[in-house]
Design a protein around this ligand. Structure first.
Ligand code: SAM
Length: 215
């Protein structure tokens, strides 16, 4: 079945997002900023609205689109911490959060995610939901800290596990530059599907995503 046809068909059954969320998605598309795809949004919406996590951690803010989208799916008492390191993205993210996060539910951590993850572990902060959406080649490096930060029963959602389809191809079919990410993403998938502290489901949604529960 054709994925695009399914997307168009499902459009009529989708809950409507607030107008500002739709406007941010359009602006991101016009500016070439990568944001979560609609299929990924559907899964996140379902998980957040049903599980109502209190403390969400996002790795990879970009301009704050998914953080704001997640806020709209959560109770007012939930908090989101999101990490971004690229100044150009941070400028937009600060602006978007100032305009649309009146309740100050979102905390933006500026800088390298690996450093922030260590700092959060050191501060003994914990989360009941983690959304991993940063540099795909680094997921594996972030994993030990993420597992430490996740409470038992908490969820780790990892996006773009197909890496635009490359991960499904043979190693030799992808160009040299992408070969490292290809190998690292396959390794990440193997680790999270065989990890003794995680139970993982791989979903062929959007650019591929996984949902892992911390056991
Ligand atoms: N979650 C966002 C959304 O859907 O609106 C999209 C995130 S985009 C796919 C990935 C972001 O992660 C980029 O803005 C990139 O700068 C950031 N990033 C990548 N590696 C990072 C790292 N090591 N530390 C912090 N941010 C990182």
């Amino acid at each position: 079945m054709d994925q695009d046809r399914i997307e168009v068909f499902l459009e009529q059954f989708r809950r409507e997002d607030p107008p500002y969320i739709r406007a941010l998605a359009q602006k991101a598309a016009a500016d070439g900023v990568p944001i979560i795809r609609t299929g990924t949004q559907d899964v996140l919406r379902f998980l957040l609205r049903t599980r109502k996590p209190e403390r969400v951690l996002e790795v990879g803010t970009a301009v704050g689109y998914s953080a704001l989208f997640m806020k709209e799916c959560l109770p007012d008492t939930s908090r989101i911490t999101t990490v971004e390191k690229v100044e150009m993205r941070l400028r937009e993210a600060r602006k978007n959060l100032a305009a649309h996060d009146e309740g100050k539910q979102i905390r933006l951590l500026e800088g390298e995610a690996a450093e922030w993850l260590s700092a959060l572990v050191e501060r003994k902060e914990t989360f009941d939901f983690v959304f991993m959406d940063a540099a795909k080649g680094q997921y594996l490096n972030f994993l030990p800290a993420v597992i430490s930060l996740l409470e038992p029963g908490g969820l780790l959602v990892s996006d773009n596990i197909w890496h635009e389809g490359d991960v499904l191809e043979s190693r030799y079919a992808v160009n040299r530059r992408d070969r490292t990410i290809h190998g690292r993403m396959r390794e990440y998938l193997h680790v999270i599907t065989h990890h003794e502290r995680l139970e993982t489901l791989c979903l062929p949604v959007g650019d591929g995503m996984t949902i892992s529960e911390r056991l």
